[in-house]
Design a protein around this ligand. Structure first.
Ligand SMILES: [Zn+2]
Length: 424
């Protein structure tokens, strides 16, 4: 290996090692902090949360953190297996043996992507089964049968193939035939694809997995319609989803844009809330639209992907990018699929270190949506609804502050309720 390749291998290994150490450090902080506070409900919640619920949340958090460590170990082995240990190189040379490389270069490259996705998907299965049928099951959250789990897996794979293969083929084709500025074209195609998915997801894809129905309750419907009109939002945009089919976890979310935009309540959440609380949660979700959080996310994604494609355009021309990661680029055939896969493997390794920025942005959005909800509805209602949500999901009330700063996309309950000015 030449020296740029060796240098890149070293940088990659250092980033992987540092990532593992930071994750272990944060997880151990979280485990210690949660375990230390397990035996006492924090004073602010003494009247609203039972010791039993508090301890369940602590145990669930500990179990999830341990599961995360298992995922980290497996993920690191798989990452090194694909790259430095030669997994990708082996897959590549096996596919080259089929003899498609000259006559059908695009097909050979798609086969590499598909093979990678298939093997990666199979490797993920045991942990996914364990997470659902051991961890979630133990805490009473799992409502899925093995049959439903399998049918989800089949449907998910089918959807991925149907929408993933065409966009992958298009990007590979652009990489091979659009000249040195292919990455600009590929970025355009990728953005178009993302916008399409943003419209298709709520209207076509999500309904393959769940039922979405307009709110049934008439008196609630009247309240909700009034609130939505007051906030300048189409009254057709509120749906109830049969989340109870899979899990006892409760949630509400907003998605889509234009005429596809909607707020979705899980039936599990709706069952728990009083009408006033439903209003408050809905107002929170509408707050996300009012503050244009979806548009902000799209713009950010546009900018980041442009930078990503430009970087990929440059990296794919550097021999050390391949050899430094354990793969030899072919001389007589396109290496585009290879470059794409290596890029997808490497980006999260380095991206992990900036992920707290996105978590922080997301927490800021949550505070903004909370403030909007307080202006439109009673802050007491939002506070009690949030508390029910934290309780239902067994989210710990005592996360390690550093861990929460790094990972949490939603502020911890104590901060959020304190901000509402309501006694928790
Ligand atoms: Zn929110």
């Amino acid at each position: 290996m030449d020296s740029p390749s060796i240098a890149f291998t070293l940088v990659f290994c250092a980033a992987v090692l540092l990532g593992v150490l930071v994750r272990l450090y944060l997880a151990s902080r979280q485990v210690r902090h949660v375990a230390q506070h397990r035996d006492r409900v924090p004073a602010a919640f003494a009247d609203t949360v039972s010791l039993q619920a508090h301890q369940k949340a602590a145990d669930y958090t500990l179990a999830k953190t341990r599961l995360g460590m298992l995922e980290l170990a497996l993920g690191t082995v798989v990452l090194l297996g694909w790259t430095l240990l030669g997994g990708l190189a082996a897959l590549q040379s096996w596919i080259q043996g089929w003899g498609w490389t000259q006559d059908h270069p695009l097909l050979a490259q798609l086969a590499l992507l598909a093979g990678f996705a298939l093997i990666g998907g199979l490797l993920d299965l045991p942990l996914s089964l364990y997470a659902t049928f051991r961890v979630e099951e133990r805490f009473g959250f799992n409502k899925m049968s093995l049959g439903l789990w399998l049918s989800d897996l089949l449907k998910g794979t089918l959807v991925t193939v149907l929408i993933g293969l065409p966009i992958a083929a298009l990007i590979l084709w652009l990489m091979g035939s659009a000249g040195s500025t292919w990455w600009l074209w590929a970025w355009g195609a990728w953005m178009g694809f993302n916008l399409l998915v943003l419209v298709l997801y709520p209207t076509v894809i999500a309904p393959l997995f769940n039922k979405f129905e307009p709110l049934q309750d008439d008196s609630l419907q009247a309240r909700v319609t009034a609130l939505m009109q007051r906030c300048g939002f189409s009254a057709k945009g509120l749906f109830v989803m049969d989340g109870s089919k899979r899990s006892a976890h409760a949630n509400a979310y907003f998605t889509g844009f234009g005429s596809a935009k909607r707020v979705v309540f899980y039936d599990t959440l709706l069952k728990q809330l009083s009408p006033g609380e439903v209003d408050a949660v809905l107002a929170h979700e509408l707050g996300h639209f009012k503050h244009k959080h979806i548009v902000q996310r799209i713009v950010l994604m546009f900018a980041l992907s442009l930078a990503g494609f430009a970087l990929l355009g440059w990296l794919s021309q550097q021999v050390w990018f391949y050899t430094g990661l354990g793969v030899r680029p072919s001389l007589g055939a396109p290496n585009d699929a290879l470059a794409l896969l290596l890029f997808l493997l490497v980006v999260p390794v380095f991206g992990y270190f900036v992920s707290p920025l996105s978590a922080r942005l997301s927490r800021r959005h949550e505070f903004q949506a909370d403030a909007y909800a307080c202006a439109q509805t009673r802050s007491q209602d939002l506070a009690s609804a949030l508390l029910k949500l934290y309780k239902d999901n067994a989210s710990t009330l005592t996360p390690d502050p550093v861990y929460a700063r790094f990972y949490y996309s939603h502020p911890p309950a104590s901060e959020r309720l304190a901000r509402l000015g309501a006694p928790a």
